[in-house]
Design a protein around this ligand. Sequence first.
Ligand SMILES: Nc1nc2ncc(COP(=O)(O)O)nc2c(=O)[nH]1
Length: 267
Amino acid sequence: MTLVMGILNVTPDSFSDGGRFLGVDEAIAHAHALAASGADIIDVGGESTRPGATRVTSEAEQVRVLDLIQAIALPTLPTISIDTMNASTALAAVAAGVRIVNDVSGGLADPDMLPAVATTDADIVLQHWRGHSADMYARAHYDDIVSEVIGELAARTQAAVDAGIPRERIILDPGFGFGKEPADNWLLARELSRLTAQGHRVLVGTSRKRMIAEVAGAGERDTDIATAVTSVLAAQAGAWAVRVHDVATTRLALRTWRAWTGSGEGS
Ligand SMILES: Nc1nc2ncc(COP(=O)(O)O)nc2c(=O)[nH]1
């Protein structure tokens, strides 16, 4: 069953919910709300990756996320993932109870990341990436985006295995957005089953991105409905999980899809 990863960004400038949950108390409350909405995983992020975002130090990132993680790393709450490109933050987060390291750079931003995760028992998301937000669009040219993304993720997978991370702990992500033009993203979405056919779990994150805005316009409700449609299509293509802001709407969409396909009862 396709899992739902709820987004909890504790940054002042995140792409779609910047500044709304910056305080620890608000963030803890939102984590509980995500759980109540049916999140299977809560993805905590302390550094914005929106286009043009400037980097924060790993120390500043850790100040934003570690108290929160300690407060929500409970058996009664969903699995936690840490959305970070910094090895030091990943290690501190795993020590605080995180089970998945979600690295949008696929281990490229910090050369210590893959060896560091190899010393833990955490899973790692290797997302396709071609550079930091500040200049990612400069390197965004693709001749055959599906083949290039699959090929570049295969290289990152090999680097992770070479660093000592067992294959079964690796999750792939095509990295929707991240320097890709909307048309490129829809091409990638159309061929998602070619990535899921690679045999790794695949995480998909389209929520509230430019590719969605292009279809849904600026309204948050329409944006979350359009995101939910992509969640069903990703599930149909074999995605292991979808990363969304509005957990409830995507859960409803996935429940409806399962009723239609008869692919399993329950919520
Ligand atoms: N694995 C993964 N992580 C991510 N983290 C941040 C964002 C940017 O979106 P946000 O700023 O709204 O969180 N997108 C992804 C994504 O697509 N996949």
